[in-house]
Design a protein around this ligand. Sequence first.
Ligand code: LMR
Length: 304
Amino acid sequence: MIIKFSHVVAENTPKGLAAQKFKRLAEERTNGRVEVQVFANAQLYDDDAAVSALQQNHVQLIAPATSKMTALFPEWQVFDLPFAFADEESVRIAMEGELGELMFSLLESEYMYGLAMWDNGFKQLTNRSRVIRQPTDVSGLRFRVMDSRILEKQYAQLGAIPYISRFSDVYSLLEQQLVDGQENTLSNIYTKRFYEVQNYMTISNHGYLGYAVITNAEFWSSLPDDIRDVLDQAIAETTLWIRQNARTINDEQLENLIRTQRLRVHYLTESELIQWHNALQPIYDLLEQEIGKEYIEALQTSRK
Ligand code: LMR
């Protein structure tokens, strides 16, 4: 039995390594009855294509950034709210509570089944033009964002110009200066070499980037019970592994980034951070107008 697992990032990232770990566990424990074929770097499907490929059972596992689920499920924009989560532990608490339940149950209407949330980490800002300290510093700059309306609105709120593109186009957009900057995790910035075509990086941790590990519902329920149990267990172990290791991987890649000496790095100070929180606060109301209170309250309840 072959399980195709398609994703868009490099191998040496939290998601890339987790996919390999899942493959190892699944193959070992089913004594070769299951073969997991992992396709990294968007070599099989790009972000936008992966979801429909899954629905058609052309692939059986995907792990898109939550932002990429928002075209089908606007409610998933909750994960894109600025400073939605204080840390990875807060994400775990939210996903094991009402928020996780609400989000994963939405998938059923599209014949998908949510298996887990995998951390990457928190997004930082890079750009080629200037040091970004205050929210006003992004004004007038064009930033690539993932395909999520609430991400676009955040940049618009700050007077910047959002530009949606898929992940595999980001490097060339930056290189050709079609955009000035982008937001991403340290592991993505390092492994996709964005530092070659950017001059400044601000450690802002302003948004969470995590992955919805999703399978085709019909495929998953058609599996023999013993195989499905083993695969569920392999997913659970991999989830635990990524939770314990994603932060370290990103920290190591920050050191690698610093070692390149290509980026001038600024860490937001406490008072700058407060300015960012305040400037982006209206985004919560904007999202509430679009999707209603329930989802935002579930997020807020998980913080208590
Ligand atoms: C991006 O598009 O920037 C990220 O979602 C890529 C990824 O999967 O981490």
